[in-house]
Unconditional design. Structure first.
Length: 301
């Protein structure tokens, strides 16, 4: 078969040759391939010469070089194998840096009725059955600024195995778990406030017991913590305790003993709310007014 002068010769046919088996091992990156085929793209990495007569080893299975994303230059020190390196700065995607939580200072007095938009740290004190958790949750939900509610009893119950049940009485085991829960609540409150979120905590703090007293809360949260005592009458506390279930329900004798010790808050200088005749919404509104007065004239504790 005759070919016109100057026309390119077709590649030889046979194994490893021809369009179907075109071999580009001797070609250079960017040189054209067989007729009718696109140019051969340059490889990601140039093959390295064998050392001392040894043939180059292929990459291990599962470790093929991964090129960087389109438009992104490979990072310094990245060999092209293994997972993609993290973004610059060494921070993995999705990492959120929390500001350091320091002692909570007293907020500035609000310029409107109630607590307004002030960022607060509140401790609601009261015996079992006083309604602390219910009132604290509603007060937090009704504020027009971000506000979190942290109940110490809820945090204590995070311990699933080996939980110190309050019905078993107060001992070294329950005291250790109480201290741990209080530190955890204090850490949470400081971090909420560091991010501009108010926090209300509730706990049955005794006025005559330093272990579960205000000193620990002040140490873990800061001097800006605003304590308020919720103390209804004994008959109301007994009625509410009877409606409880599980380890939250105490015996009538224990409830009466706790309520009697809470009476020591009278004369302490802390604001006290007797919510015996208030519903939850009214109590939450009274709590907001009491807190506004505490901001203007902080209690000495």
């Amino acid at each position: 078969m005759q070919h016109p002068v100057g026309a390119p010769l077709p590649p030889p046919q046979g194994p490893g040759h021809g369009p179907a088996g075109w071999s580009h091992q001797a070609q250079h990156p960017g040189h054209p391939g067989p007729p009718g085929q696109p140019p051969i793209p340059p490889p990601h990495q140039a093959p390295q010469a064998p050392a001392h007569g040894h043939a180059p080893q292929p990459p291990a299975p599962g470790h093929a070089p991964q090129p960087p994303a389109p438009g992104q230059a490979p990072q310094q020190g990245w060999s092209g194998t293994g997972p993609t390196p993290p973004p610059s700065g060494g921070q993995a995607t999705g990492h959120v840096q929390l500001p350091p939580g320091g002692p909570v200072a007293l907020p500035a007095p609000p310029a409107e009725p109630g607590t307004g938009g002030a960022t607060l740290a509140v401790l609601l004190i009261g015996p079992a059955g006083a309604g602390k958790t219910t009132v604290a949750r509603l007060w937090a939900a009704r504020r027009r600024v971000p506000t979190a509610h942290v109940s110490l009893d809820d945090v204590r119950e995070w311990v699933c195995s080996g939980f110190a049940d309050p019905q078993a009485g107060w001992n070294d085991h329950s005291e250790a778990q109480y201290r741990l829960a209080r530190r955890t609540c204090g850490f949470a409150a400081r971090n909420f406030l560091a991010n501009g979120i108010s926090c209300i905590l509730d706990d049955a703090v005794f006025p005559d017991r330093p272990v579960v007293g205000l000193g620990g809360w002040k140490r873990h949260v800061g001097p800006g913590l605003l304590p308020v005592v919720l103390l209804p009458g004994l008959e109301i506390v007994l009625e509410r305790n009877a409606a409880r279930s599980g380890n939250r329900r105490l015996s009538d004798e224990e409830v009466a003993r706790i309520h009697g010790r809470m009476a020591g808050w009278y004369g302490s200088g802390l604001p006290i709310i007797d919510n015996s005749t208030y519903d939850v919404e009214t109590t939450a509104r009274v709590l907001d007014d009491v807190l506004a007065r505490s901001i203007a004239s902080p209690p000495a504790w």
